[in-house]
Design a binder for this molecule. Sequence first.
Ligand code: FAD
Length: 379
Amino acid sequence: MDFRLTDEQRLLRQTVREFAEAEIRPHVRAWDEAQQFPRELLPKLAALGLMGIQFPEEWGGVGLSAIDYCICLEELARVDPSVALSVAAHNGLGPAHIHMFGTDAQKARWLRPLARGETLGAWALTEPGAGSDAAGMRTVARRDGDSWVIDGTKTFITHGASADVIVVMASTDRSRGAKGISAFIVERGTPGLRAGRKEDKLGMRASETTEVILEGCRVPADHLLGEEGAGFIAALQVLDAGRIGIAALAVGLAQGAFEAARDHAATRRQFGQPIASFQAIQWKLADMAVRIEAARLLTYRAAGLKDRGDRTTLESAMAKLYASEIAMRVAEDGVQIHGGYGFVKDYPAEKYFRDVKLTTIGEGTSEIQRLVIARQLLA
Ligand SMILES: Cc1cc2nc3c(=O)[nH]c(=O)nc-3n(C[C@H](O)[C@H](O)[C@H](O)COP(=O)(O)OP(=O)(O)OC[C@H]3O[C@@H](n4cnc5c(N)ncnc54)[C@H](O)[C@@H]3O)c2cc1C
């Protein structure tokens, strides 16, 4: 077991860090306030390969490892967690589903431009009545000659309005429950597809979240992704990998919150000395650093196993659960170390504190991660 990053990985971290500092940091507050996904950032992310991090070069990606993927998301989240969320949703959900289960023809047509960042992807599983219990979905797809007609409403979809390509899960045989769910590739502009309400969110505000409404939305038969009836099992496998990304995002967010608190503690003076000289603050900083490092190791372990081709259902859920929950504590400690300055928007602590909550909810809540972990342990 070697815990050191390679020279290439250190260079990757430095490159993404410099990019995030130069291209993202100056806009963080404006994008948060505008609550607008900064589409203009897409070509810049794409130029660095960040829209196709793990996809092979033949499909337009840069073919990096799962650990490399974690490094990239950490560095983006350290500066702006909502940009990291958009990058994670693009890399880890819709396009990943096409990569894992698509035919070569589907990959050539949709994955290649997605991985190059020429188009933006989304993944639509969640519904108003089916969140944690995603298999309880009501969206249906019925076969009609050479096409499928999809009807239903998806909710909380990242890039629901801006995406060019959406992977939509729908029931093709309600009598078979989870085994009757299939996945479809739906392109923006398809008649019957439209974005619904855009959510007004607590955090992650620069990452777009909307409803996706499908009304008599007709797609050709070759837009079926994977086997008919195998869409839900596929979605669970997509989430196994996706959760490593959310864990890495939580680690990066916590790192950003820690650094902001450490720097504030070093410069803020009370009682004639920097508050960092008080043991209460030092212990907080020490605990924050230990928790972040433990979460990082759990996350890299899940990623390392994925790189070896192992199944990571257990390890991904553990990493996601732990990293998101320690990130919550770190972000809260960050606000506390800032005192009143942690409560106002002029300092970054307030935004980390708002953004972090998503990490215990998206791609499966903490309760669902515990359920997944317990099921694996008891199997
Ligand atoms: C910003 C954002 C972006 C998102 N992006 C996407 C996306 O791109 N695509 C997509 O498909 N979805 C997306 N989601 C949806 C997300 O995955 C769901 O919100 C999440 O899975 C929880 O579902 P829910 O909101 O319906 O909560 P519910 O399922 O209603 O859960 C409510 C509470 O009940 C608990 N609970 C539910 N069932 C159990 C149980 N069996 N045991 C114990 N506790 C339980 C939950 O843990 C939670 O605390 C996004 C959500 C957000 C907020």
